[in-house]
Write a protein that binds this ligand. Structure first.
Ligand SMILES: NC(=O)c1ccc[n+]([C@@H]2O[C@H](COP(=O)([O-])OP(=O)(O)OC[C@H]3O[C@@H](n4cnc5c(N)ncnc54)[C@H](OP(=O)(O)O)[C@@H]3O)[C@@H](O)[C@H]2O)c1
Length: 251
């Protein structure tokens, strides 16, 4: 099942959470994996633990994306799987959002992702697989998530357009939309511990399966989309949310 031997996979933001679990899963299926992140110590620790290659690269800085592509090309030649996972979730009401809040999210979650795809394209093998990590947030009206939600909605648009543009090269492009996943991300939202736990218990009740996902459950879905098991799937959004977005019960 899902043999990825001889495939080269790049997982952006692979030193933590969903990216870490996905790097582990892809490597376990035989892929040669590269992970990225900004924090050099975290990248090298994770790379060592996972037995993969770690490259420090800030996705919000175009020159660092150029360096990443050059390093991957020098070490591996080509790429088969590109998982655009690195992203930030920051919350603010529209009334108080600053330009810095907007730029931080958009520069990383949209601009950085867009140019990562563009800059990797010359070294992605025909028949390769590109996967965006979006979020169910893109489709929900969660208060205070306007910029984050819009950033993920932008990726869903890119998903469809790029699936069309890259079909001539047999490159499949898909999006994964996780619901809430147990990762360190919740400590980085810019909310107090009390707010995070209130948010968590409210969301927990809305999720049909009554719990957050584990990173490994998102990783399994990414591995499926990355592999030949998904050979006729392109331009789609795979929602992995334990039923959150189909729950008709209003609390
Ligand atoms: N957790 C959830 O409930 C959930 C739900 C839906 C979607 N997602 C999405 O899943 C993705 C991963 O989130 P996570 O929950 O796994 O969070 P996480 O544990 O905080 O991981 C985020 C990863 O992104 C990297 N990163 C952050 N800024 C970066 C930058 N400028 N350049 C390169 N790498 C950067 C981080 O490494 P460094 O800090 O070293 O840079 C880290 O490896 C995000 O796109 C998030 O929006 C998460």
């Amino acid at each position: 099942m899902s043999n990825l031997t001889n495939k080269v996979a790049v997982v952006t933001g692979g030193n933590s959470g969903i990216g870490y679990a996905t790097a582990k899963e892809l490597a376990s299926k035989g892929a040669q994996v590269v992970i990225t992140g900004r924090n050099a110590a975290a990248v090298s620790k994770a790379a060592e633990e996972l037995g993969v290659t770690g490259i420090v690269s800030d996705q919000a800085k175009l020159d660092q994306i150029d360096n990443l592509v050059t390093e991957v090309k020098d070490q591996f030649g080509k790429v088969d799987i590109l998982f655009l996972n690195a992203g930030v979730a920051l919350f603010s009401s529209v009334a108080t959002a600053t330009e810095e809040h907007y730029d931080t999210i958009m520069n990383l979650n949209v601009k950085g992702v867009y140019f990562t795809v563009q800059k990797f394209l010359p070294i992605i093998n025909d028949g390769g697989s590109i996967i965006f990590n979006t979020s169910v947030n893109a489709a929900l009206g969660v208060p205070d998530s306007s910029v984050y939600a819009a950033s993920k909605a932008a990726l869903l648009s890119l998903n469809k357009v790029l699936a069309s543009e890259l079909a001539s090269r047999k490159i499949r492009v898909n999006a994964i939309s996780p619901g809430p996943v147990e990762t360190p991300l919740y400590g980085k939202l810019g909310l107090s511990e009390e707010e995070v736990s209130g948010f968590g218990s409210l969301l927990g009740k809305k999720i049909l399966l009554n719990r957050f996902a584990k990173s490994e459950e998102i990783a399994n879905a990414v591995r499926f989309l990355a592999s030949d098991d998904a050979s006729f799937i392109t331009g789609t959004e795979l929602t992995v949310d334990g039923g959150l977005t189909v729950n008709a019960v209003i609390y």
